[in-house]
Design a protein around this ligand. Structure first.
Ligand SMILES: Cc1cc2nc3c(=O)[nH]c(=O)nc-3n(C[C@H](O)[C@H](O)[C@H](O)COP(=O)(O)OP(=O)(O)OC[C@H]3O[C@@H](n4cnc5c(N)ncnc54)[C@H](O)[C@@H]3O)c2cc1C
Length: 447
């Protein structure tokens, strides 16, 4: 049997290990269609999944062997200058959103990477959402005016802070626990030219480690942000994305990086925001990925050293003696030197992100091909995370109870570490909107 291109794209994911072959896929185009689907699932008790952009790192979170519900048809992008908001359908790719808004001189707090090729948005409005402009405006979930969910009870709602404060709280970080969101109304922000791009170096360069640490310790400018990633797959490659929200960063902002000789890529310049985002090449994963995260406040020298050492000294994911002879394997460790006021714009929600605890979402991602290595590789990601967190705790920059970012955390993580003290309330809310327990038929973080 030949699968239709629609079925293939409905089931496709950024990481192959996050895909499954569903029994069928369906593309609703109205909230009413979604309500009918939930009504049918109520009767048949079929397993199901909802997929937005398919960027989940965990298998089974947006895939199923039952009914795959793809949001590809929800394509609205509508800017209202009077309310300074943008209505965005849940099936858009970010390039299209940014491209439509660019001529209007506005943007939204959205993805940091482009969505090219297959339907790839990175819908961060249900998990958290760290963006290039987060230091200025908050996470994506802090920039929501309203959600349009269809709850598992098949209610079609327009949810604002005033109309449904309970589910508005739950949706801001609660993932798919309150049903399927077909659209979002987002705050719009002015957006002009930016300065930025990527520097790439081969090998471990002490001056780069120092520059990362100095930037992290000293940057107080909410317009300036960097994203350094150490990628190791036999050779160490360091990419550093520089971003400034304005065409000309003040002298000294990025000089320490730009002064390091030997970059093999130096695509850093003044450009449109869209061009900047589209210039960021995503590391394409091998067919499988394992992810995990460590909440870290400041990146001290010992912490940066521990991170780099995890790529070089203990690459357990890449050693023949672990039975993982996988020439395509690599590990990518992303440092997140957001400034200490990272959560100054927090509006609360299911994802605990308070100014009192400015934990940044340091990420470990291991990419590989061998399905028999799933358990070993997942354990390697957890082991590396634990080693780095131990150093961060010793440095006073993390704690055993610190909150992990749910979009990067590995399946199996204790829910208390994702939702903290919000967990009991979230359980009560979820039961209120899912009387038929349809969520037990799908994957994701289950309260
Ligand atoms: C290359 C890459 C770069 C990334 N960069 C960033 C970044 O810069 N900042 C950041 O914060 N995160 C980033 N992420 C993480 C990303 O935000 C999360 O993986 C996010 O969940 C992806 O959303 P999605 O719609 O693509 O995922 P999907 O795989 O489609 O869904 C993820 C989860 O959300 C649920 N879901 C999706 N859409 C809906 C909906 N409309 N209604 C209800 N439930 C839904 C799914 O059921 C699933 O449980 C990145 C991920 C990748 C792969």
């Amino acid at each position: 049997m030949i699968a239709s291109t629609q079925y293939v794209s409905d089931n496709e994911h950024w990481a192959g290990s996050s895909s499954q072959s569903s029994i069928c896929s369906v593309e609703p185009s109205t909230p009413g269609d979604v309500a009918v689907i939930f009504g049918t699932i109520q009767k048949t008790r079929t397993t199901w999944a909802v997929k937005g952009g398919g960027h989940a790192f965990n298998s089974g979170f947006s895939s199923t062997d039952g009914v795959m519900i793809s949001l590809a048809q929800f394509k609205e992008i509508d800017y209202s200058p009077t309310s300074s908001t943008v209505t965005v359908g849940a099936g858009n790719i970010w390039d299209d959103v940014y491209a439509k808004l660019a001529p209007l001189g506005v943007t939204v707090v959205g993805s940091r990477v482009p969505g090219v090729g297959m339907q790839k948005n990175i819908l961060t409005y249900l998990g958290g959402g760290y963006s290039w402009i987060t230091q200025k405006y908050g996470l994506s979930i802090d920039n929501i005016v309203s959600y349009e969910p269809v709850t598992p009870n098949a209610q079609i709602l327009t949810v604002t802070a005033q109309s449904h404060p309970d589910i508005f709280f739950g949706l801001r970080g609660g993932g798919n626990n309150f049903g399927i969101v077909t659209g979002f109304v987002l705050k719009a922000h002015p957006q002009g030219q930016v300065y930025g791009g990527m520097l790439v170096y081969i090998g471990d360069i002490p001056a780069i480690r120092q520059a990362i640490q100095d930037f992290d310790a000293n940057n107080n400018d909410p317009n300036a942000l960097i994203l350094p990633t150490y990628v190791y797959g036999g050779t160490l490659v360091v990419s550093i994305v520089l971003f400034y929200d304005g065409p000309t960063p003040p002298n000294g902002t990025f000089d320490a990086f730009l002064a390091v000789p030997g970059a093999v890529e130096t695509d850093v310049k003044a450009r449109s925001f869209l061009d900047f985002v589209q210039s960021l090449n995503q590391v394409s994963p091998a067919s499988r990925v394992a992810s995990h995260t460590v909440p870290i406040i400041r990146y001290t020298q010992r912490i940066v050293d521990a991170i780099v050492n995890q790529t070089i000294v203990s690459p357990s994911w890449n050693q023949p003696n672990n039975g993982l002879i996988d020439p395509n394997a690599f590990v990518a460790l992303s440092i997140e030197p957001f400034n200490s006021d990272l959560y100054g714009h927090s509006t609360g929600g299911a994802y605990p992100h308070s100014p009192a605890h400015p934990w940044t979402p340091f990420q470990i991602l291991i990419s590989y091909t061998d399905p028999t290595a799933d358990n070993v590789i997942s354990a390697a990601a957890r082991t590396a995370a634990a080693a780095i967190q131990q150093v961060a705790i010793e440095e006073g920059q993390s704690s055993p109870a610190a909150i992990l970012y749910s979009n990067y955390a590995q399946k199996g993580t204790d829910l208390k570490l994702l939702f903290g003290n919000n967990l009991p309330l979230l359980r009560t809310l979820q039961a209120r909107y899912d009387s038929h327990d349809l969520l037990s038929l799908t994957g994701g973080w289950r309260f």
